[in-house]
Write a protein that binds this ligand. Structure first.
Ligand code: SAM
Length: 283
């Protein structure tokens, strides 16, 4: 019986074996891998992956797809099905006690409508994840991988590049899906960073700074960041307050957030923030 595609679950299923093969090649599964596939759908990727690895956990929200997935693969020793929402899923719960850390390789042709919240949810489990390979809307992949100074560099670029090494692998046109989406797609590789030159002392504060810096794209850092840090403090960090957020590199955002982590609101070195605030209004 054919499956009725559900728009609310972003169901655009891969229909081209050559594209499936190219994605599997990019993932390069190894026999002892523990893969997690988000949104198997009609199993275009699931089948080819299952035969190559020790364990494959799949997470599918659409209950209508569960019986056919169980019927097709239920007997396979590597197959573990979770009828669940990937946005609420506890990925750390999949890690076996004796597994090396990190141990999970996460893959999926993701539903485009939830890709950003899903990426942010996954990043809360980054210590359990070796790498991720995702099909996303091409525009989202471009934003994730954008360089500072480019038009597409924004909040998603900074947060994803802080968390991961990012790589735009290749594009996939709409004709390779049934039904065809209205947008182009691309495959991205994300590898959580284990080390970096500058760590954010408070990652939640980094996220707040980045959100505020990009609050109004046309405004300067001086204006966008006014509620958090004054222009003098930005200059002390070697950051020109007249620049726009899209011109800063990731490390500059971390410097701002670490300054705030130490000095508190306003970024002023002096604890007398009331006076500092008054001065800042005129800067
Ligand atoms: N992997 C299949 C393929 O490439 O042909 C299907 C990809 S389709 C773009 C997205 C899949 O994710 C669908 O099977 C959909 O039901 C599932 N999905 C959508 N939202 C989900 C969620 N929140 N959690 C888990 N699966 C979800």
């Amino acid at each position: 019986m054919s499956h009725q595609h559900k728009k609310q679950f972003g169901q655009n299923f891969l229909n081209n074996q050559a594209v499936v093969d190219r994605i599997v090649k990019a993932i390069a599964p190894r026999a002892d891998d523990h893969l997690v596939e988000i949104g198997p759908g009609e199993a275009a990727l699931t089948g080819p992956l299952l035969d190559r690895v020790e364990r494959l956990d799949i997470i599918e929200i659409d209950r209508d797809l569960i019986p056919r997935l169980t019927q097709a693969f239920g007997q396979h020793p590597a197959f573990h099905l979770h009828s669940a929402d990937a946005l609420r899923f506890d990925y750390a719960g999949l890690v076996k006690n004796d597994a090396p850390s990190p141990s999970l390789r996460v893959v999926g042709n993701l539903p485009y409508n939830i890709s950003s919240p899903l990426l942010f949810h996954l990043m809360t489990f980054e210590s359990a994840i070796i790498d991720m390979h995702f099909m996303l809307q091409k525009e989202v992949v471009e934003r994730i991988c954008a360089c500072p100074g480019s038009k597409t560099f924004g909040r998603l670029s900074v947060m994803m590049q802080y968390a991961c090494e990012t790589e735009h692998l290749f594009d996939v046109g709409p004709d390779n899906f049934t039904p065809p989406p209205k947008v182009n797609s691309a495959i991205v590789r994300l590898k959580p960073r284990r080390t970096r030159t500058l760590n954010a002392e408070d990652p939640a504060l980094l996220s707040k700074v980045v959100k505020q810096a990009f609050a109004q794209k046309r405004k300067t850092l001086r204006n966008n960041l006014k509620p958090l840090i004054n222009a003098a403090a930005l200059s002390e960090l070697g950051i020109d307050p007249s620049m726009r957020a899209e011109q800063l590199d990731v490390e500059a955002f971390v410097r701002i957030s670490n300054r705030l982590a130490v000095s508190g609101q306003d970024g002023a070195k002096q604890p007398n923030t009331q006076n500092a605030n008054q001065t800042n209004e005129n800067q």
